[in-house]
Design a protein around this ligand. Structure first.
Ligand SMILES: [Zn+2]
Ligand SMILES: [Zn+2]
Length: 275
């Protein structure tokens, strides 16, 4: 994907900045306002996770605390073009195929932010894998595009192993279709003891798919899982920090972790500035 920059630069209008990770934004997905929860003796409450991440992390064996979206997206109005690309395989007029555009997007972002992703993982990745489509959680035509796309990106192709399979559990798949997390929706091939996994998916809404897959990977022995998702579906008007990031021209040189405005709390395990 030597022309990843050229391809994505022509379609920069598809992408929206993800706000810098900081207190008050969800510390898992960095792209939705955190819910304020009040505990006994804590009059001001604490805000850590957004509504979606609170719901999807509650019942799982283990969730990944690291979700890095390339872009925000919305599903209404003129700003839904990235959403349409990911869910309907609809490309911009005169644009390349969806697979080409996705490969270029992942290649460029991965190249720019591998140090950020690696720090979140606590060391170099030993495995790249994708979340398979299960049940009715996504349109049939959307199946299996990401594994093909990964083959076009040299840096991802080497460490890629398709270790996640549909779990074959009807109830779990039905739950996932209703955005209820259930790790039994996925089956992991073999043991992953000590592996640091870069988990790729296209669309992160509430996170049920990604977090269920991450939980299955942890259960199979993975040491750490970092999810790189193409788009985080959100309401950009729900929070001024999202709206501000949304309004700025998209910059492939920044991610939510390395944005100069990123201020990460110590309990995320990341440094405040990632350099
Ligand atoms: Zn969140
Ligand atoms: Zn970065």
């Amino acid at each position: 994907m030597g022309d990843a920059r050229a391809v994505t630069e022509r379609h920069l209008g598809l992408f929206r900045n993800v706000p810098a990770a900081r207190p008050g934004l969800c510390r898992v997905c960095h792209s939705a306002p955190a819910e304020v929860r009040f505990a006994r003796g804590e009059p001001h409450g604490t805000a850590h996770l957004c509504t979606g991440c609170l719901r999807t992390t509650a019942g799982l064996h283990r969730h990944t605390p690291h979700v890095v979206p390339v872009s925000l997206c919305a599903w209404t109005g003129d700003d839904r073009r990235l959403y349409d690309l990911l869910t309907r395989r609809r490309t911009p007029p005169g644009g390349p195929s969806p697979a080409t555009l996705l490969a270029a997007t992942l290649a460029r972002f991965h190249r720019a932010h591998l140090p950020c992703l690696t720090r979140a993982a606590g060391g170099p990745f030993t495995l790249v894998t994708t979340v398979p489509g299960v049940g009715a959680d996504r349109p049939v035509e959307a199946f299996d595009l990401l594994p093909r796309v990964v083959q076009w990106v040299a840096a991802l192709r080497g460490p890629h192993r398709p270790v996640l399979m549909p779990g074959g559990d009807r109830a779990a798949e039905a739950a996932l279709a209703r955005h209820v997390p259930d790790e039994r929706a996925f089956h992991v091939l073999g043991r992953l003891d000590g592996e640091r996994v870069l988990l790729l998916d296209e669309l992160f809404a509430g996170g049920a798919r990604v977090q269920s897959a991450a939980s299955a990977l942890y259960r199979a022995g993975a040491e750490e899982v970092v999810a790189l998702v193409v788009a985080r579906l959100t309401d950009p008007w729900a929070d001024t920090r999202l709206a501000d990031a949304w309004a700025r021209p998209y910059d492939f040189g920044r991610c939510c972790l390395c944005d100069p405005a990123a201020r990460l709390s110590p309990d995320t395990g990341w440094r405040a500035r990632l350099g």
